[in-house]
Design a binder for this molecule. Structure first.
Ligand code: ZN
Length: 407
């Protein structure tokens, strides 16, 4: 399986050529950047969990040579070199992979436009170690106030596809607000992924005039959660109390939706907004002791958007807005639980960013191989985690070296 995975990477994504072009700031490197970065890449693909665990795997003779080459890095060297690599080369690599997936028609659905979600995430925190780029806060531990250092960032992620596709990540500077970090990320994403997305989906933090203006200036639409004491919300409540909702049922959810354009009461936002409110009844079956119990949960949602009804119907807007949770469910939860997203591999700002970007590259390529190369029958009995396990077992039985290993 591992031989097949390597051939797939090289054939579809020119992996060998790309890994060979990676550089770092060392003057006279004894171990090539490709071997160091490749070790971190395979740490994620094979779910080794930590640099020390990867180093153990690298030290076993005739194990990783076919993927990394004869000269293999130590755990410390991997951490150090990742801190010396320019992150933009990894961002560009991730973008090339995502665009290739787009051209290979792996990113198709029945939506009239492409939505991407933006959300903040805390990568890790520590009470002992810190760096110049750490944010800090006071927390109470056993009645005493102590300082906690942490790193937060913003992740931009395509939604509405069976695969989780991260597009970019940006780390927050100390004391910086999430929306400011998000705008810095989006400036870059708009250049690199210009036609890749049409609308940015965000939570209630993004329901602010400067963010809406910023997106409209770049010809992107916005969907944001609407809550709190806002004139727009009161205004919409008033209008909706006099109108009849649209009703439909989808995936065990009964939806009553109020949807109206032309609200001009959002402070500072020049163009009129459309507001969608839904009341959702979700039927849930739960196991209580020895029997199944049917339960109904009721949820209320409010969103504001720049998208007119002519571009996105009520039902599609409801779907796109809800898929923002993809970023929580598919990407963050999966990567934190199974791919050590929140593990601190090396507490150094550039290294933190490069580890996250390498993980994103590994995760997209793994999913792409899983969906694009495995037949439905074997895939039915194999999870993505199972595939990582199969690949690890496959390292031992690889017949030839990966194409990027010099003879
Ligand atoms: Zn730090």
């Amino acid at each position: 399986m591992m031989g097949r995975f390597c051939r797939y990477l090289d054939k579809v994504f020119a992996f060998g050529q790309k890994i060979g072009s990676l550089t770092d700031r060392r003057k006279l490197p004894r171990i090539a950047t490709a071997a160091v970065w490749g070790s971190v890449f395979f740490l994620f693909v094979l779910r080794r969990g930590s640099l020390n665990a990867m180093e153990s795997a690298l030290r076993v003779s005739r194990r990783m040579e076919r993927l990394i080459g004869q000269v293999r890095p130590s755990a410390d060297r991997m951490g150090d070199v990742l801190g010396l690599m320019e992150p933009d080369q990894l961002r560009e690599f991730l973008s090339r992979i995502n665009h290739r997936l787009g051209r290979n028609k792996a990113l198709r659905n029945d939506w009239p436009l492409r939505a991407a979600a933006i959300d903040g995430h805390e990568f890790f925190c520590s009470r002992h170690r810190f760096c110049p780029e750490c944010s800090e806060r006071k927390v109470k531990v056993k009645g005493k106030k102590v300082t906690e250092f942490y790193h937060r960032g913003v992740v931009f992620h395509l939604v509405g596809f069976p695969m989780a596709i991260p597009l970019d990540v940006e780390l927050a500077r100390p004391g910086e607000g999430e929306v400011t970090t998000a705008k810095r990320l989006l400036e870059r994403a708009i250049t690199r992924y210009g036609r890749f997305f049409d609308v940015v989906v965000g939570d209630a933090l993004y329901m602010e005039a400067p963010f809406f203006t910023f997106c409209r200036k770049h010809k992107k639409d916005v969907i944001a959660v609407l809550k709190g004491k806002r004139a727009l919300l009161y205004d919409a409540k008033g209008v909706f109390s006099l109108t009849k909702p649209k009703v439909w049922t989808e995936d065990r959810v009964r939806v009553r939706a109020w949807d109206q354009e032309g609200f001009t009461t959002a402070e500072g936002i020049g163009s009129p907004l459309r507001v969608l409110h839904t009341e959702e009844e979700v039927s849930i079956r739960e196991r209580h002791r020895n029997r199944w119990v049917e339960k109904t949960e009721r949820h209320h949602w409010w969103w504001a958007t720049t998208l007119p009804v002519s571009r996105l119907s009520t039902r599609m807007l409801w779907r796109a807005a809800h898929r923002r949770w993809d970023i929580e469910n598919d990407l963050f939860n999966t990567l934190v639980t199974h791919w050590s997203l929140d593990h601190c591999f090396k507490h150094e700002p550039t290294a933190i960013l490069n580890f996250v970007l390498t993980l994103f590259i590994a995760f997209v390529l793994l999913q792409s191989f899983y969906r694009g190369n495995l037949k439905p029958e074997p895939r039915a009995h194999l999870s993505l985690i199972g595939l990582a396990m199969e690949l690890y077992l496959g390292v031992v039985t690889m017949a030839t070296c990966a194409s990027w290993i010099p003879p």
